[in-house]
Ligand binder design. Structure first.
Ligand code: 5GP
Ligand code: MG
Length: 182
């Protein structure tokens, strides 16, 4: 099925150290964590349980990959409910690839006048960057591979794998004209 790229143990270690770094940087303040659905769920759950600072949690639904490995138009499927004006916001995403998602989200949040915005991604794939942006907190820099697991999907599957893995190419190189089922 999928080859392991980042093990459960490595994820756990790295997330613990990311959380320590975030705690240090936001010492004393309250945080609004804005997580992007759906890929952040396992990462988010593990990360926030390591944070002891006061925080509130909200979600933005963003969809860019719709069933295939090629990016499509960005669609917001869920809007924020918390007021972030004057607040410190930590945006959490699963993976920073071209940067289109995160730069659109950051621009959208800026219009709501938060005090500051920081960004945190589990994975960073700098090879395919289009937008000039970096995340403030990065779990792992990875090579230009399509990864699944630990929240990341291929056609909505594999999100439940406890590790980050790489799919065998024959699983996603479908013959042209062959639709991927939802
Ligand atoms: P970007 O907008 O930076 O190109 O892409 C961000 C989004 O694309 C991520 O939130 C994720 O949903 C998706 N994405 C980018 N690279 C990968 C990948 O290697 N595997 C999976 N499963 N999703 C990816
Ligand atoms: Mg995503």
């Amino acid at each position: 099925m999928a080859q392991v790229l980042i093990t459960e143990a490595a994820l756990e270690r790295r997330i613990r150290s990311l959380a320590r770094q975030i705690e240090r940087d936001f010492r004393g303040g309250e945080l609004v964590v804005v997580a992007l659905l759906n890929g952040t769920v396992p990462f988010l759950a593990d990360l926030i349980r390591r944070l002891t600072l006061p925080l509130r949690l909200d979600f933005l639904g963003v969809s860019s990959y719709r069933g295939a490995t090629q990016p499509r138009k960005l669609i917001y499927t869920k809007e924020l409910r918390l007021d972030v004006r004057g607040r410190s916001v930590l945006v959490v995403d699963d993976i920073l690839d071209t940067g289109r998602t995160l730069s659109s989200v950051v621009a959208k949040l800026r219009r709501l006048k938060p005090r500051l915005i920081r960004t945190c991604v589990l994975l960073d794939k700098p090879a395919r960057r289009i937008e000039t942006l970096q995340a403030d907190y990065v779990g792992f820099k990875i090579p230009n591979l399509f990864v699944v697991g630990y929240g990341l999907d291929f056609a909505e599957r594999y999100r439940n794998l406890p590790f980050v893995g790489v799919l065998r190419p024959e699983l996603y190189r479908l013959p042209s004209g062959c639709a991927i089922e939802p």
